[in-house]
Write a protein that binds this ligand. Structure first.
Ligand SMILES: Cc1cc2nc3c(=O)[nH]c(=O)nc-3n(C[C@H](O)[C@H](O)[C@H](O)COP(=O)(O)OP(=O)(O)OC[C@H]3O[C@@H](n4cnc5c(N)ncnc54)[C@H](O)[C@@H]3O)c2cc1C
Length: 501
């Protein structure tokens, strides 16, 4: 067993880990680092998911990094996203830093040494290696890539057809002429249903409750126009990102302030594809506010074109039980299916399900309080990149890339080996609450896993507020000498005094 040391270890080579590696080598070129990735390749989410039609839900002008222009149509296929990530890796020589097929199985912090000891296991031969680092940059995502969430349905084992969760879909599966029952109605279902129809399947979509959809052509008029008049791709990327973020900010606010008006506009967009007489009741009238959950994107209204043409049958009901032939609903429908495709979401994986310890004591993340959704009380030298759900995830990858690099440089400047966040005097007695406010945002995997997630405080600094438009002002302005930061276990001011003595 050998030990290697790095200044920084990045956990995961998904879109977060690759972006973080870019920022680290760009802004802190002197730091040694490695990216540790359990899979045999990069891309994370975009490698795991192979269901029909897999694509982004966000536009790639904002889901792409700020430093690498996106030059295609706004909504991209999984393959196009992987190509983009591959180009970023190759152009910046990030590949030589990535260790594939290597799972992190333990992370232990020692205050005596100011070091993380990271135990890894190579997948091919179970070889265990111990690495040490000063700083852990957690880019491991938020869900279990191997085991998806399947509700505990009665009679599932009686079903004699093919049952598969979207996360485990084998792209070699033949669907033409088959009766496919898609369970779910979120972004995944909105993607697979049109793709299955296009592939000649006979599709039924069974949803517990309706979802909001946003129909729009898969093109950006401003980008097309800027290109037409000869503007360079860097500028197109920057300007179109700004336009999209501005528009999203407006729509987010309107969803809160005037949800009914927004819904009427979403319906008008649907009618443009599905016809004026398209019926929204009962299958397309959600019970929650727009964007309380992600608004599902329909490029070119594909789902609604198929629904209006009668290619897909939609049923809004709950499952009573599975039968040998398919599903029996609570409302009395017997749905027969050759294939059941469950789009039922994820199993939350907190920090990659890695056992963490601090000075020999096992760390329970729920005992910590999060600082702006990225640092955690009592956990030194660690940042987690948890992106946005209402805006593109990657916006936060770039933003936290800047933050971590600024923090690392600050530590070097003041000669600190350790940084952690701690509740300030004025935070004592603050209410400690679950990670999310379920009234505001409530995806199933987070709600199911809240007791494993770090807690949130009632003050804005002690939560992941999911508000890019606020954070893009607040995060760059963070005062690293603020009293919430402790360096080598002392407040910044005291650290500076003692360092000067
Ligand atoms: C199908 C799908 C579509 C989505 N579309 C969008 C979208 O359009 N826009 C948007 O903003 N968001 C979208 N999301 C959310 C999406 O998950 C994120 O945007 C983003 O891809 C997450 O990237 P990540 O790198 O943080 O995590 P992941 O993609 O989950 O990658 C994490 C990586 O870390 C590795 N890892 C985890 N644990 C360990 C360990 N212990 N040791 C070593 N390696 C480890 C994993 O193998 C994985 O490769 C989508 C999610 C899904 C599932």
């Amino acid at each position: 067993m050998t030990t290697e040391h790095f200044d920084v270890l990045i956990v995961g080579a998904g879109i977060s880990g690759i972006g973080s590696a870019y920022h680290l080598q760009d802004q802190c070129p002197g730091k040694s680092y490695a990216v540790i990735e359990a899979m045999d390749t990069f891309g994370g989410t975009w490698v795991t998911h192979k269901y029909p039609g897999v694509r982004s839900d966000s536009d790639l002008y904002t889901f792409g990094y700020r430093f690498k222009p996106w030059v295609g149509a706004p909504i991209a296929s999984g393959a196009e996203i992987l190509k983009y990530l591959g180009d970023v890796i190759a152009e910046n020589h990030i590949d030589r830093h990535i260790r594939y097929g290597t799972q992190i199985v333990a992370c232990a912090w020692s205050s005596a040494d100011n070091l993380w000891t990271v135990t890894t296991r190579r997948k091919t031969d179970a070889c265990v290696q111990v690495l040490t680092c000063r700083f852990l940059w957690m880019c491991q995502g938020y869900y279990d890539h191997e085991t998806p969430y399947v509700p505990d349905w009665a009679g599932l084992s009686d079903y004699q057809g093919q049952f598969v969760h979207a996360q485990l879909w084998d792209p070699a599966t033949q669907v033409a002429g088959k009766r496919v029952l898609v369970i779910g109605s979120g972004a995944t279902a909105a993607t697979v249903v049109p793709a299955l129809c296009d592939a000649g399947a006979n599709v039924t979509m069974l949803q517990r409750s309706p979802t909001y959809f946003y129909c729009h052509p898969n093109q950006n008029e401003l980008a097309d126009r800027l290109r037409q008049i000869g503007i360079d791709e860097e500028t197109v990327h920057r300007v179109v990102r700004a336009q999209i973020m501005f528009d999203q900010d407006v729509i987010n606010r309107r969803c809160v302030e005037e949800p009914d008006a927004v819904f009427e506009e979403l319906k008008a967009l649907v009618r443009a594809y599905a016809g004026d007489d398209f019926q929204f009741e009962p299958h397309f009238t959600p019970r929650y506010r727009p964007w309380q959950q992600r608004l599902a994107f329909c490029p070119d209204g594909d789902l609604f074109r198929h629904a209006a043409a009668g290619h897909v049958r939609v049923i809004t009901d709950t499952i009573e039980r599975f039968t040998p032939q398919g599903v029996q609903t609570t409302g009395g429908e017997a749905i027969e299916a050759d294939i059941v495709l469950a789009c039922t979401g994820f199993r939350l994986s907190v920090m990659g399900d890695i056992p963490f310890s601090i000075d020999g004591t096992a760390l329970a993340w729920h005992d910590t309080v999060n600082y702006r959704g990225m640092m955690f009380t009592g956990v030194p030298n660690l940042v987690w990149v948890m992106g946005y759900f209402r805006a593109s995830w990657t916006l936060r990858v770039d933003m936290l890339g800047d933050f971590v690099c600024k923090l690392l440089k600050h530590m070097d400047t003041i000669g600190a080996k350790q940084v952690a966040v701690a509740l300030r005097a004025e935070d004592q007695g603050m209410d400690l609450l679950p990670w999310i406010e379920t009234d505001n945002f409530n995806p199933g995997y987070l709600v199911r896993g809240l007791d494993r997630m770090p807690r949130r405080g009632s003050k804005p600094e002690w939560r992941h507020n999911q508000d890019y438009w606020r954070e893009r002002v607040e995060i760059p302005a963070i005062d690293l000498d603020g009293t919430e930061f402790r360096y080598d276990d002392r407040p910044a001011a005291q650290h500076a005094l003692q360092a000067a003595e």
